[in-house]
Write a protein that binds this ligand. Sequence first.
Ligand code: NAP
Length: 311
Amino acid sequence: MKIQDLKIGLGTWKSPIDKAGAAVEFALREAEYNHIDCAAIYRNEKEIGEAFKNVFNSGARKREEVFITSKLWNTEHARDHVLPACKQTLADLQLEYLDLYLMHWGIATVPSDDNAQNIHGRYEEKLNADGFLITEKIPIRETWEAMEELVKAGLVKAIGVSNFTAPMIVDLLSYANIKPAMNQIELHPYLQQTALVEFCRYNDIAVTAYSPQGSPGNYGKAKGLPVLGEDPIIVEIAKHHSKSPTQIMLRWAIQRNTIPIPKSLNPEHLKENIDVFDFELSFDNMQKIAGLDRGLRFVNPSDWWKIPYFG
Ligand code: NAP
């Protein structure tokens, strides 16, 4: 599988360890997915690795038919951490290579003590007494150069970034010997980031759309935030096509040449989310959805790091 051929994938963030493997296995065996998005920090790679082993060893799918992404976590940015982190992910996923390895965030952090949760209930990073993220003095360049070595060693086919803004990409391109193949960013009708998507395209960087329906399981009504699947325009377009609101959002993402990676554990949703290739949104409907942009970011580290990462 080549990056240029990717249309849609399966996300695995917050897929719990007792369900993540089953969802991946169902997606590969029963729903014809060919792209799975993983990350070390999702802490479910071992369980997903069992699913890969079952699927590939049974001959149900061939390894080379499936595009598998994982991500380097922020605590592993130091030059001598990158190779062990990648090897750990490969061991957990029971793979010989990754198709794509992303720098999860352009920020280096120290791990929390003894795996303890911080005041936000997160164990991924350590905060100081005032609640500010404690960062490490490691430039992105050091991390990127170590990731380039992974390509040379044949452990990963391509490398890329996630949550990178345009200035971060400009800086990276000034020294990268291997250009980033991908930028994975939050994208949905309420956060369209059209200028960043176009900037990436201009620089031959593919764009993955994470939280393509606004991550309703993590945000949405319970947190006083809007649910995209209830937006009247999206609902109206869905009715017109006899499709679900989610399918309209995924189709919109595909037609703007981004690669949505909806997460689901539900077999019905898994099938529904890939059933988006038998219809097309008209120019008018694409325009209507373009008009919904309101710059609403759900995954915003300002909330838990006190670092205005995206301004
Ligand atoms: P999402 O895919 O926008 O939404 C997932 C939620 O939607 C789940 O609660 C899921 O519940 C529900 N859902 C899925 N299909 C549905 C359907 N057809 N109808 C109704 N509800 C449906 O959110 P996300 O998980 O935040 O983002 C997707 C993936 O992007 C992640 O899993 C992860 O792989 C990646 N991501 C990356 C980053 C990063 O920093 N790089 C950040 C966030 C996310 P069910 O399980 O019940 O279907």
